[in-house]
Write a protein that binds this ligand. Structure first.
Ligand code: ADP
Ligand code: 5GP
Length: 180
């Protein structure tokens, strides 16, 4: 039986980087979310996200097309149910989603393994977020302001992994998945 792995944690903590490392191992498929957020430079339709408009998103909600969805950072984000179910037939599937979505995914799919990634420190998180250079200062402040809320839900997660050293953190996650 293939596993559904849900990875979340504050913006800039390194979720995307960790997930890319896991995907290189070949045993995993990544769920591609739908979002109403506009694409960033370098993002590709159907690879980074399915970029859809608000009307389309709302009609997918009506049709029960999402395993989970949430509205944050002024946009909707959701996991398309059909896409995940199809991928689960052949591989373990990773969802890289924020905390509300993660907890909702666990409700719809109780076997899901919930992993929260935390930074070694708040300062390091800020420096990663600024260093990534993809958001302006207002958007960075918006993302940082959500951290307390995200941390308040840490006890609801199955596992917490600190992304201090990338290889170590990826290794720890692989062990968790293997043993779950
Ligand atoms: P997220 O997907 O959680 O928003 P990213 O994967 O985009 O975060 O990572 C944010 C930044 O932090 C990127 O520039 C990335 O290269 C860097 N980063 C990720 N993991 C580490 C790590 N263990 N040590 C140092 N920098 C890291
Ligand atoms: P970004 O705009 O940086 O790509 O993503 C912002 C936040 O949305 C991140 O925390 C990311 O994990 C989360 N996210 C991405 N896809 C989904 C999804 O399908 N559902 C939910 N709930 N959150 C998502």
């Amino acid at each position: 039986m293939n596993k559904l792995i849900v990875i979340s944690g504050p913006s800039g903590v390194g979720k995307g980087t960790i997930v890319n490392e896991l995907l290189k191992k070949g045993d995993y498929a990544l769920s591609i979310s739908c979002t109403t957020r506009p694409p960033r430079k370098g993002e590709t339709e159907g690879v980074s996200y399915f970029f859809i408009n608000r009307d389309k998103f709302l009609s997918m909600i009506e049709e029960g097309g999402f395993l989970e969805y949430d509205n944050h950072f002024e946009n909707f984000y959701g996991t398309p149910k059909d896409f995940v179910e199809k991928q689960l037939q052949t591989k373990n599937v990773i969802l890289e989603i924020e905390v509300n979505g993660a907890l909702n995914a666990k409700k719809s799919y109780p076997q899901a393994i919930l992993i929260m990634i935390l930074p070694p420190s708040f300062d390091e998180l800020k420096s990663r977020l600024v260093g990534r250079g993809t958001e302006n200062s207002e958007k960075i402040a918006n993302r940082m302001s959500r951290i307390d809320y995200e941390l308040s839900l840490r006890d609801k997660y199955d596992y917490i992994v600190v992304n201090d050293n990338l290889d170590r953190a990826v290794g720890e996650i692989e062990e968790i998945i293997k043993n779950s």
